[in-house]
Ligand binder design. Sequence first.
Ligand code: SAM
Ligand code: SF4
Length: 325
Amino acid sequence: MQDNFQREINYLRISITDRCNLRCIYCMPPEGVKSIPHQEILRFEEIIRLIQAAVLVGIRKVRLTGGEPLVRRNLPDLIRAINSIPEVDDLALTTNGTLLAPQAEELKKAGLKRLNISFDSLKPERYRYITRGGKIDDVLEGIKTALALDLKPVKINTVVIKGFNDDEICDLAQVTLKYPLHIRFIELMPVASIDWTQENYLSTEKVKMVIKNQLGSLQKMDKLAGNGPAKYYRLAGAKGTIGFITAQSNHFCASCNRLRLSSTGTLRPCLYDQKEVDLKGALRKGASIEELAELFAYTILYKPKGHSLTKGWPDKKRVMSQIGG
Ligand code: SAM
Ligand code: SF4
């Protein structure tokens, strides 16, 4: 379905849990965020019903995120059920990767095609610092397992933070010379209650310049599977690619194709807009699939033309992990 600005909305990101085993500094406060009671979180059968409604208005791509989606029990059951909805032609997962290695094979068997893994430093101590306690070996094992199982393309999400990991830009970019990984440098976004501020922001233009100056020219590539906002390049002779996501410096609102479903069943037309529609309420009152599809259509028509992130994070009540990054 098209929204009021002629954008084809075909992508639904679903936060399947607000819980996480890490506490990344840019995502949540040190004490974590108060867990939402289980009964308020969408059950798997409710998520499936909502996807069945979403496909009626043209949703074809689904991404599971969180919080950390791999902390949710029986995740392969959900993946299997989503895969059995014929209209869904792309199913992906965004994870911190630390719980991936032991689960990856079952997730693949259930039908998971591809993964994005968040990873911000090659140095064990820094990794532990930014995740407030994460062990780098766990995520490295997860990445290796994803490659071994051919969960392609394996995309790595790296948030660039001036004064923290900007001295690792070239080391991270060089990983693509040896491995078929797709390292995506993401601009830091101002999120509620995080320590880092605009002073720690480094633009994509500057990151690109560092790579070009030190590693040579970047060849522009076609899009990878997943039609997201990243632009991809390759270093000469590399097995993988380098992507850039200009979350702050250049909004991709004009081509935004997504809706976001929170773990408590509210549907947002835009990450940076607090407007949301309560689908869980309708669902639990017995709404039919067609009635739920109408609520999806209504939300699509409310999708704003754009947002202004430079005004800061708009949601004073919730942080990124609660909405689903
Ligand atoms: N736990 C999973 C993970 O870390 O991949 C999924 C949820 S996490 C909220 C999704 C993505 O949001 C991660 O890639 C993370 O790096 C990104 N993210 C969180 N806070 C951010 C911020 N302030 N700026 C830019 N990206 C951020
Ligand atoms: Fe957890 Fe992902 Fe947020 Fe890190 S970015 S705290 S792993 S939800």
